[in-house]
Design a protein around this ligand. Structure first.
Ligand SMILES: [Zn+2]
Length: 564
């Protein structure tokens, strides 16, 4: 693995500008396995460094996609006559130089005694309040608000909250919904959960957070906010002189000083959607669009390297337990029962240290399928579809559908001229080793009938006409499905405006969001057939005289929280 990468990086670094020129011209008109494999080797390569939104690596991917759209002769549909649409983003990171916590003249240790919590989810990005000889008070248990202290007691103090063991590893996310009103005036909120937060979570929680930097974003941010942090049991015990479980709600502890400091700034590179149009052939319909989308961003680089093969063996065993569980949760006992035979792995090859989240399936598989569809359409020697095809390569998906959210609220074509949206997210796996019932005809589909029964029927009819129809699994579309996928991918950014939206996937697997999600594990023949199918659906809808009939109510408020 390492060798070819070194060669590749040298060529890339030499080009300096982060553009992937030399490779562009190597693909052919039809959708082929070798084209898909080649494109994956470019976009999911280590040199794109896991394509974190707003990173140089993700910008390399965006430039490659734009260069491909240009080579194929598609119409630029970004901003200013380009293929790019900038998604304004800003980053907020822990300022370790200015973050301190002192107690009884002792300076506490970050990550071991306490951990600052950057604002995720709906938490504001306001400056945090300083702790100046601030009194600490035991506020109660996080999940039991009926027995919390009142706001008068919380105001100006560091409110320390107990976290039930069951919530343990997720404690760092429990405030994401927002600061509880009662504690809005507190100097800080500390969750006693550092000991039960796994190391990889501590590392994840310490990562910079990103959000849109658009007018209006953060408009509701208060002038300042409580410092948010995780605390270790040991420090809580020293603070109150007793074990956290024995404290009375409202009990005061020692005073503390310091504060959780953050710095804000732009991303290292522009975060950009890449947008192109294959203009339709029918004068009356070419100003309407069928959109095909995928996301080119992923989650970047892990704070520390893992051994690729043993991690993979472990996660695949873990995933089998997860898929077999009706609630998709693996019990600690099941996790503990997984034993990886490292010796047998070593007999195959030496350890491979790996820290890059290549995201080959998530979502380079969808991105390269979209490029192959575009190439097939652009090079076809028959009349183009009547309506136009809008190709959308989103950024920011992993950061909360930020790229598609931005495009659908700042569209470069009228939003109601999009007659149907087809998203492909993780369409490169789905074989039997990955999931129960998997196979090269396995396909998951969500949402196709949520706005338009006709749209869903059209897809099933086309599938039935295939020489080898896909076994389409609609289970993830159920309103009570625990995975919640209806709300978790870019199709939703369009569906919320009443656009018929179908989301294709070949499901989860043991490499999902792991450094092991590599191009070498993609099922290219399966992916090629899915790309062909999506191209057929898009062409069929684009050639309809009437756009798919909407027979289901539009969401009343497109900005309301999504419900599965
Ligand atoms: Zn994805």
């Amino acid at each position: 693995m390492a060798a070819h990468r070194i060669v590749w990086c040298a060529a890339f670094l030499a080009s300096g500008a982060g553009v992937i020129h030399a490779q562009v011209a190597k693909t052919t008109a039809p959708i082929t396995v070798s084209d898909l494999r080649f494109r994956a080797s470019v976009l999911a390569d280590d040199s794109t460094r896991g394509r974190e939104t707003g990173s140089v690596g993700d910008d390399m991917a965006a430039r490659y996609i734009a260069a491909e759209f240009a080579r194929l002769g598609l119409e630029p549909a970004g901003e200013g006559g380009t293929f790019f649409q900038t998604v304004p983003m800003e980053v907020r990171a822990i300022d370790w130089t200015a973050t301190t916590l002192r107690m009884s003249a002792a300076t506490l240790r970050p990550r071991r005694d306490y951990l600052p919590l950057p604002s995720r989810g709906n938490l504001p990005w306001s400056p945090t309040r300083e702790l100046r000889r601030t009194e600490t008070v035991f506020g109660g248990t996080i999940a039991d608000s009926t027995h919390w202290i009142d706001s008068a007691t919380a105001n100006g103090r560091l409110v320390v909250l107990r976290v039930p063991t069951a919530l343990g590893s997720r404690a760092g996310f429990v405030l994401n919904a927002g600061i509880p009103g009662r504690f809005a005036g507190a100097a800080g909120i500390a969750l006693v959960a550092l000991d039960v937060t796994p190391t990889n979570y501590v590392e994840f929680l310490s990562q910079p957070v990103m959000r849109l930097a658009a007018p209006g974003t953060g408009a509701t941010d208060p002038a300042d906010m409580p410092s948010l942090l995780l605390l270790s049991n040991n420090i809580a015990q020293r603070m109150f002189g007793a074990a956290i479980d024995s404290l009375a709600v409202g009990q005061f502890g020692t005073r503390v000083g310091g504060g959780m400091a953050f710095k804000r700034g732009p991303t290292e590179a522009p975060a950009r959607n890449v947008v192109a149009i294959l203009r339709g052939s029918d004068a009356a319909r070419r100003e309407t669009y069928v959109s095909i989308s995928a996301h080119h961003d992923h989650v970047g680089v892990a704070p520390r390297a893992e051994d690729h093969d043993s991690l993979r063996a472990y996660m695949h065993a873990y995933e089998r337990f997860r898929q077999a569980s009706p609630t998709l949760v693996v019990t600690p006992a099941q996790a503990a029962s997984i034993h990886v035979n490292v010796d047998s792995l070593r007999r195959v090859r030496p350890a491979r240290r790996d820290s890059i989240f290549n995201g080959a399936d998530d979502d380079i598989s969808g991105t390269i399928a979209m490029l192959e569809i575009a190439e097939q359409f652009a090079s076809m020697n028959r009349p183009r579809p009547k309506r136009s095809i809008l190709f959308l390569a989103h950024t920011g998906e992993e950061r909360g559908l930020l790229g598609s959210g931005w495009y659908s609220t700042h569209p470069t074509v009228p939003i109601d001229s999009i007659v149907a949206e087809i998203d492909m997210d993780m369409v490169g796996r789905g074989a039997a080793p990955d999931l129960e019932g998997g196979g090269d005809d396995y396909l998951e589909l969500i949402g196709s009938r949520r706005q338009s029964t006709a749209f869903g029927d059209l897809i099933d009819t086309l599938n039935a006409k295939r020489a080898r129809p896909f076994r389409i699994n609609y289970a993830y579309d159920a309103h009570d499905h625990p995975e919640g996928d209806w709300c978790r991918a870019d199709h939703y950014s369009y569906a919320r405006f009443g656009i018929p939206a179908a989301a294709f996937s070949t499901s989860y697997h043991g490499d999902y969001h792991q450094v092991t999600d590599e191009a070498e594990y993609l099922d290219y023949p399966h992916l090629a057939s899915i790309a062909g199918f999506v191209g057929d659906i898009a062409a069929t809808v684009a050639n309809l005289d009437q756009r798919p009939v909407l027979d289901k109510p539009k969401p009343a408020n497109p900005f309301a929280r999504c419900v599965q």
